[in-house]
Design a protein around this ligand. Structure first.
Ligand code: 4AD
Ligand code: MG
Length: 439
């Protein structure tokens, strides 16, 4: 019998080993049999291959095991790869020996299933070719992002995810009972990244952020992976350059994963159009553009799905929108000296209406100006900051404060855009949505 821990080769290597006996380990993806022959398509992480099993050439036990095995049974097969025009991929394995490691129960996912059912059995649906490919691309995209920042001299930091100070509005945070205190799941690690700037100068945190927003859209998760670089002596201009280089680097490296990208409808040429410089327009200009296209929005309104679409549907690469009305951006964004109606904040919008992928700003680093800005936001939004909770962060402005800037990138938004997915839920293995915390 084939040993459990016998060495195997990736299925994708079979083509290079025509005529030589190999062992593969995988799962039954498809299966049919007729007249003493079984045809099983086996999948592993590297690909799919058809294995033919001839009843006359294997033992009765082996034949029966394969014949009765359910889809998704785990198997080990020893056999000889042969060229065969009729086989998917042009190669098939002539089975010499096989072992069904585990068959278990009938796999519950069949061909036509509702999206809701597939979400219920997400733990099993992750084996589908679609999810396998997305999860591979996701892992690559995470790696490319880290590689880029590491190479630029940024240090990865690990912020706390349980916090008392909210980064954005504080209104959309999940509350945590922290022994006898109230705490929150972080909605951004920015404040902690800022605290590490005087020690490491250029840092990034790569961690989940939580948003208790009741947004039922195709681009909102309640838990998402947030990449947040923060750097000393960066202004808005330098920040935008960093952002466009980061995004370009990710798109370019992904475009070179040719085998993987074949499984997505988005082509190499589409990804390679993502090149600096990206268009940079002010909020005011963006407002003019959408008004010309018929939008009823006016100065001071935020952009929603409709406006994002108007702004980016004809773009091939992301665009920046900067100089936002002060009332639309958080307390840490400093007033723009060239246009006091606005703050030094910038968003990046993905093309084709995929929506905002980054939000960033210069940070108010002067104590007096910060206190004034916080007061202004309190008045405008009718909220009261608990200054005690922010005391440590305000403290940073008292000792060797320096101008700095940073941004946050929603990784699932980036994945959704780059792979042209319909819904953000497919950019993460176990999505947390307004109506779903399981599996
Ligand atoms: O624009 P946001 O709220 O900005 C911040 O949190 C800043 N403190 C980040 C920083 O400067 N360090 O969020 C940043 C990005 C958005 O542009 C979007 O890509 C993503 O986070 N994002 C979400 N992604 C998925 N689901 C949600 N509910 C998201 N909310 C924001
Ligand atoms: Mg934002």
């Amino acid at each position: 019998m084939l040993k459990t821990f016998i060495k195997a080769v990736p299925i994708s290597d079979a083509i290079a080993r025509i005529g030589r006996s190999i062992v593969i380990k995988g799962w039954i993806y498809r299966k049919r049999s007729s007249g003493g022959k079984a045809f099983a398509v086996i999948r592993d992480v590297s690909g799919l291959i058809q294995c033919t099993v001839d009843k006359a050439k294997v033992t009765e036990g082996e034949w029966n095991a394969m014949d009765s095995a359910y889809l998704e049974s785990s198997v080990i097969i020893r056999g000889i790869p042969r060229k065969d025009e009729r086989a998917p991929g042009g190669v098939e394995i002539e089975t010499e020996e096989l072992r069904v490691v585990h068959s278990g129960e009938q796999f519950p996912i069949t061909e036509y299933q509702s999206a809701e059912f597939l979400m219920d059995v997400r733990h099993l649906w992750l084996r589908s070719q679609k999810m396998v490919n997305v999860m591979k691309a996701r892992a690559y995209i995470f790696k490319y992002a880290r590689d880029f920042l590491n190479k630029k001299g940024f240090f990865e930091i690990s912020p706390p995810l349980i916090t008392r100070a909210g980064g954005e509005t504080g209104a959309s945070m999940f509350e945590v009972q922290y022994f006898d205190q109230k705490a929150y799941l972080t909605e951004s690690s920015q404040l902690y990244a800022e605290a590490m700037v005087p020690s490491l100068e250029k840092v990034y945190s790569f961690a989940p952020s939580y948003r208790a927003e009741k947004s039922r859209t195709t681009k909102h998760l309640t838990e998402y992976w947030h990449l947040e670089p923060e750097a000393a002596y960066y202004d808005l201009k330098r920040l935008m350059q960093l952002e466009e280089k980061l995004v370009t680097s990710i798109a370019d490296k992904l475009s070179k994963e040719e085998e993987l990208m074949k499984s997505f409808e988005i082509g190499k040429d589409v990804l390679q159009k993502v090149r600096p410089p990206f268009k940079k327009i002010t909020y005011e200009k963006a407002m003019e553009i959408i008004q010309q296209k018929g939008s009823q929005k006016k100065w001071g309104d935020d952009f929603g799905v409709e406006e994002e679409k108007l702004l980016t549907e004809e773009e091939d690469k992301p665009i920046f929108i900067y100089a936002w009305p002060r009332e639309l951006k958080p307390f840490y964004a400093p007033v723009n000296p060239k246009d006091e109606r606005t703050v030094m904040a910038v968003d990046m919008q993905a093309p084709h209406g995929h929506g905002e992928i980054t939000g960033g700003s210069e940070r108010e680093w002067r104590l007096d100006a910060l206190m004034a800005r916080m007061e202004e936001v309190e008045k405008a939004q009718g909220i009261k900051f608990d200054k005690q909770k922010y005391a440590w962060w305000i403290d940073l402005r008292k000792y060797g404060s320096v101008p700095h800037a940073g941004f946050g990138m929603g990784m699932e938004r980036v994945i959704k855009w780059l792979l042209n997915l319909d819904h953000i839920r497919d950019a993460i293995a176990f999505p947390r949505l307004i109506n779903r915390v399981e599996p």
